[in-house]
Design a protein around this ligand. Structure first.
Ligand code: ADP
Length: 166
């Protein structure tokens, strides 16, 4: 049985991420989507919120499970028995960074292979940062995030703007 891990910040999960999740779930028997807790990127959404949002948008994919983790991704991959790491590639700008991570992981965990899925062209421009930026300036994010979380994103960004974020 092939177990895959798709790690990331998912701050928040976008339609681009969801597209990768849907496709990866057909490649492996079981896919863990894992949210990195202690992230230098200082996420807007808490780890619980990020996990909950991914759960909401993947509820109809039976072989997907969502978890949060801390520490080295390959260590966590080993703990959950994953041998395939999924990453998404949007443009050449992603490539250098992703290649470096994959090569590092290959040195510290030769038992885990990275598979890159190229983005659906519809979402090639899309990132979590863009979603937050658009929402911050009151733009519509319906095009960018799955509909189940549109309101959550809007509310979180508004709370952040008003300084009432918990
Ligand atoms: P990280 O902080 O690990 O880069 P992200 O949540 O930003 O976490 O992204 C997780 C993974 O999803 C990365 O491999 C990233 O390249 C990929 N990804 C992000 N946005 C898209 C998109 N629009 N299409 C395809 N892959 C994407």
């Amino acid at each position: 049985m092939a177990i895959g891990i798709y790690p990331g910040s998912f701050d928040p999960v976008t339609k681009g991420h969801l597209d990768i999740i849907q496709r990866a779930s057909k490649i492996v028997d079981k896919l863990y989507v894992t949210v990195l807790v202690n992230n230098a990127k200082k996420p807007l959404f808490s780890d619980r919120e990020r996990v909950e949002m991914i759960k909401m948008v993947t509820a109809d994919i039976p072989n997907v499970e969502v978890l949060s983790y801390d520490g080295l991704t390959v260590e966590f991959a080993r703990q959950i028995g994953a041998t395939v790491m999924i990453r998404g590639l949007r443009a050449v700008t992603d490539f250098e960074y992703e290649l470096q991570i994959a090569q590092t992981n290959r040195v510290i965990a030769p038992d885990i292979d990275t598979i890159f899925l190229t983005t659906n062209l519809k979402y090639a421009y899309l990132s979590s940062s863009i979603v937050k930026e658009v929402s911050f300036y009151k733009g519509d994010v319906d095009e960018f995030v799955p509909e189940q979380i549109v309101e959550l994103v809007h509310n979180k960004v508004s709370a952040y703007k008003n300084g009432t974020q918990d």
